[in-house]
Ligand binder design. Sequence first.
Ligand SMILES: C[S@@+](CC[C@H](N)C(=O)[O-])C[C@H]1O[C@@H](n2cnc3c(N)ncnc32)[C@H](O)[C@@H]1O
Length: 280
Amino acid sequence: MVKMFKQAPLPFIGQKRMFLNQFKQVLNDNISGDGEGWTIIDAFGGSGLLSHTAKRLKPKARVIYNDFDGYAERLTHINDINRLRRLIFSLLDNCTKNKRIPANVKNQVVDVIKNFDGYINLHILCSWLCFSGKQIKTLDELFRQDFWQCIYRKDVDDVINLIKPWLDDMLRGEQRAIFEDKYACRIGEQNGKMIEFIIARIDDDFFNSTDLVRFVVCRHSVTKQRAWDLVSGQGNPPQVPFCAVQLMTNNVVIDDLAVMPMFGDFERCIAWTWLDSKTI
Ligand SMILES: C[S@@+](CC[C@H](N)C(=O)[O-])C[C@H]1O[C@@H](n2cnc3c(N)ncnc32)[C@H](O)[C@@H]1O
């Protein structure tokens, strides 16, 4: 089977992974069948994700990818990039994701980069170590920056793979136990554009449950009001895509407070997993 990538295989700031469905829609609306006789030009090619998607969707079309950034060359060094990622990541055990890396750890990271005997790419280092979206031109300039723990992509992918079967169970109507069978999550209202999850505490007899948290993930503006209403949102709904949470405070007991931070992590993971499943 030919693989269809849903995201660029190496980090690329500005890749259009969250817009793949809309992009496919435009292709299908304008080009019928397998694309025979068509030429699709990806002028601002970036990671090539859109060229790749176009070629997979319309295999007979001629797809021209303008590789302005030399992304294809980066892909040939993927083993070195992974090796460097692992070396840096192993230093960041005590660093919090998306937080500043302490100076002593930063110095170790700089040493690893300086001593690395393989391919080094600034764009990739920047996506791992710099504050969101920053662009750097030289290694010296990079080393003058504060470093941030942004090496997240692989972990996010791993979590998505891990949690995907949970989502599948819930989509089949099952209640999915989380946190030692004391709490469970189920899906409420859903369509392709939004989804509602409810986390409940399971009573000791396992027959009853008490709803604690309702959260929605919405990826399309036509359902944003409905999603917002489900969590009793005040004022106008946010821009899509968004995730919003309502805590049913009247139902919460003291024991639940200890697991609330874990609920937050779970909500983010399941939200990403659902969004990811929609960009296949
Ligand atoms: C937003 S990114 C493209 C993202 C891409 N569609 C993807 O999904 O990965 C815009 C790209 O246009 C490139 N670019 C900027 N100026 C350009 C130019 N004058 N000619 C061609 N490409 C250019 C940038 O280097 C960047 O790779």
